[in-house]
Design a protein around this ligand. Structure first.
Ligand code: SPD
Length: 398
């Protein structure tokens, strides 16, 4: 992230201040801020002003996670509606949240995980949906809606894009070779948290997500503490455990794990199950055929739902509703799942999901496995600052 250039827009300066003063306990993680811009018309910058007539210009600015689209999702929407889309990407909730609290993001749709979305709703940063503009709402699975309603009562603000869970992903062949005679552990989290295993696996490369909020709930459960503890000593216990494996971690990255696994640069990752399945798919496509698996661990992973939301100050809320309704179309939602191997919340989409994805129990988990996951949760700002400080220390190894 660059802090010092000659020209900063007001939102950029606010974002810098938020980062510098740790307003939300942010991590200064590498954010992979590449931009995929599918806009072809003249002015489609996020801050382009709406026309004074009150009628919305045919523009939509979206901010979403990397590797989270089918090739035809945006082009088909543009064709269908005549709305030009500008699409930017991020790799952590911390980065998105910093932009949200700095306000004036310029985006019409953002995709926070539901627990971060809740903080943004509470902060008045997300507007209520107008469900009369979402006829495809009926396609949503009531079970997923109920789960989401725990953080967004009445499902008034957030619509699930896709969902998955944080877990351990491995390159089966490389891990077997690195472990030699040692059998796989009963608790597969040992592969990333127990030096007995990590000291062997470091030879083929271990990666962890570059965000404290992703790792601490799991690390806390591993050391038998509450996943969203507000007690500093619990975080210290998790940190002490993490520091024992620190010498064996090759890198901290989030969006980059897909490529690293698909090309055989790493063999173990603490990351997102959907990305592990996508890495497997990519390695088949690029003919490197890495035997990558997302593990459904007995101890359980950390569930997340990434949700579409309309910022309060969005300039194109009508276009945003059109886009949400378009995504909720059964075939569009199935297309997302087929492209990126994440589960969707759309009951009507199931019949259009490729059978090998629909029947993959690491993507669409059994009810039993879902129950075992840590549900999305939050801590207070003071605790988030503790997480950030300790994770930065963990990353620097000090
Ligand atoms: N490649 C898509 C990644 C989406 C990951 N979202 C993770 C949120 C975890 N809280």
């Amino acid at each position: 992230m660059r802090f010092l250039s000659n020209k900063h827009s007001a939102p950029t300066i606010k974002l810098m201040l938020a980062l510098l003063f740790g307003i939300t306990g942010l991590t200064i993680a590498s954010c992979g801020q590449k931009t995929e811009d599918s806009a072809k018309s003249a002015d489609t910058t996020p801050n382009a002003a709406a026309p004074a007539t009150g009628e919305e210009e045919k523009i939509l600015n979206i901010y979403n996670w990397s590797d989270y689209l089918a090739e035809d999702t945006i082009p088909n929407f543009e064709k269908e509606t005549g709305i030009k889309v500008r699409y930017d990407i991020f790799d952590s909730n911390e980065i998105l949240h910093a932009k949200m609290i700095a306000k004036n993001t310029g985006y019409d749709i953002v995709v926070p995980s539901s627990n971060w979305g809740k903080m943004q709703i509470d902060g008045g940063l997300i507007q209520k949906l107008d469900k009369s503009k979402l006829p495809n709402w009926k396609n949503l699975d009531p079970t997923v809606l109920a789960q989401l309603a725990q953080l967004d009562p009445g499902n008034e603000h957030l619509v699930d894009w896709l969902w998955s869970y944080t877990t351990v992903g491995i390159n089966v062949d490389k891990v077997k070779t690195a472990l030699g005679d040692m059998p796989m552990p009963e608790n597969t989290w040992d592969l990333v948290f127990d030096p007995k295993y990590t000291s062997k696996l470091k030879s083929c490369g271990i990666s962890m997500l570059d965000a404290p909020s992703e790792v601490f709930p799991i690390a806390l459960r591993y050391v038998h503490k509450p996943e969203f503890s507000l007690v500093e000593a619990d975080y210290k216990a998790a940190f002490d455990m993490l520091m024992k494996v620190r010498p064996d971690i090759k890198r901290f990255n989030s969006g980059g794990q897909i490529e690293d696994l698909a090309s055989g640069n790493i063999c173990v990752a603490l990351g997102w199950a959907g990305d592990f399945n996508l890495a497997r798919k990519r390695s088949i496509e690029n003919k490197s055929e890495q035997n990558i698996e997302a593990l459904v661990t007995k101890m359980g992973g950390y569930m997340f739902m990434d949700t579409m939301a309309i910022p309060t100050d969005a300039k194109h809320p009508n276009n945003a509703h059109k886009f949400i309704n378009y995504v909720l179309d059964a075939k569009v939602h199935a297309g997302l799942t087929n492209a990126v191997t994440y589960a969707n919340p759309n009951k009507a989409a199931t019949e259009f999901v490729n059978p090998e994805i629909r029947n993959n129990k690491t993507i669409f988990l059994s009810d039993e496995d879902v129950k075992n996951l840590i549900p999305p949760g939050n801590v207070d700002n003071a605790t988030r600052r503790i997480e950030t400080r300790l994770y930065t220390q963990f990353k620097t190894g000090t």
